[in-house]
Design a protein around this ligand. Sequence first.
Ligand SMILES: NC(=O)c1ccc[n+]([C@@H]2O[C@H](COP(=O)([O-])OP(=O)(O)OC[C@H]3O[C@@H](n4cnc5c(N)ncnc54)[C@H](OP(=O)(O)O)[C@@H]3O)[C@@H](O)[C@H]2O)c1
Length: 269
Amino acid sequence: MRSWVIVSDFRRRTALVTGASSGIGAALAEALAARGADLVLTAPDEERLVLVADRLRALHGVAVETIAVDLAYEDSPDRLAEKVLAAGHEIDILVNCAGFGTRGRYDELAAERDHHEVMVNVVAVERLAHLFLPAMVERGRGTVINVSSTSGFQAVPYMAVYGASKAFVLSFSIALWAEYRSRGIRVLALCPGPTDTNFFDALGSRMNAGGRLRTTDEVVTSAFRALDNGQPYVIDGRLNYLTSNASRLLGRGLVAGITARVLGANGRG
Ligand SMILES: NC(=O)c1ccc[n+]([C@@H]2O[C@H](COP(=O)([O-])OP(=O)(O)OC[C@H]3O[C@@H](n4cnc5c(N)ncnc54)[C@H](OP(=O)(O)O)[C@@H]3O)[C@@H](O)[C@H]2O)c1
C-alpha cells in the first residue's frame, strides 16, 4: 500500500512521463495514475515499460500507452512528440525524469557516454518543454515536473557532468516556475538525494549512497506536497536539505574540495 496522500485531482488529464520504466519515474507515474491521470510512459526499454503500464492499468483503471524512445539522440524528443500527438494525446502534465549519471575522473570517462548524459539529462528536458509547454500556455493550465537532484546545488567532482546537468535542470525549472505561475502552469524542480532505485547500478558504483537511501514513495510524497503548495523546487528529506545548502554556507570551492576528497577516495570510476 502506497503511503502518499492524494490531494490534487488529475482526472481527465494526460501525463507524459519520461524515465517511466523504473525508480522515481515509475513511482511518479503511479502517483499520477492514483490521482486519475491517463499516462503516456516512455523509456528505452520497451519490456520494462510494458510491465509498469500493465500494473498501473490494473491498479488504477487509467489509460496507459507506452512509447519506447532513447532520448540520447538529437531528434528523439521531436520523434517522441510526433508519436504522442499522432496518437491524439493532449499532454497536461509533463514529467522529465529520464536521466543517469557517470562517475570517475573526467579525462578517463568515455566521451560518448558523457555526451549522451547531457543529451538525456539536459537537452531532452529543454526540448520537451519547448514541445509541450506552448499548448499548456494556450489552455491556461498545465504541470511540469523536472527531476533535478541535490547534486544540482553544488559542483560534484568525479561526477562533474552529472552535477552540472542537474544544476541546469534546477535553474531552468525555477525560471519557468516564475515565468508561468501566473498563467495557470505549475513547474517544479524535484531534487532527490540518494534514493533506492536502479540509478547506482547504471552509475556502476554504490559509493555515493552512504547512509539510508530514501524510498521512491518518500520522493513522490515530497514532490506532490511541493506541487500542491506551488513551490518552485523541493529537496526530498531533511538531511538532504541541510547538505544541499552546504555550498551556500561554506562556499562552493570548499564544498567541491571536500566532495573531491570523499568521491576521489571512494575509488575511481
Ligand atoms: N536515485 C537517486 O539517488 C537519484 C537522486 C537524484 C536524482 N535522481 C534522478 O532521478 C531520475 C530517475 O532516476 P532513478 O533514480 O529513478 O534511476 P533509474 O531507476 O535508473 O531510472 C532511470 C530512468 O531513466 C531512463 N533512461 C536512462 N537512460 C535513458 C535514455 N538514454 N533515454 C531515455 N530514458 C533513459 C531509464 O530507462 P531504462 O529502464 O529503459 O534504462 C529509467 O526509466 C534521474 O533523472 C536521476 O538523475 C536520482
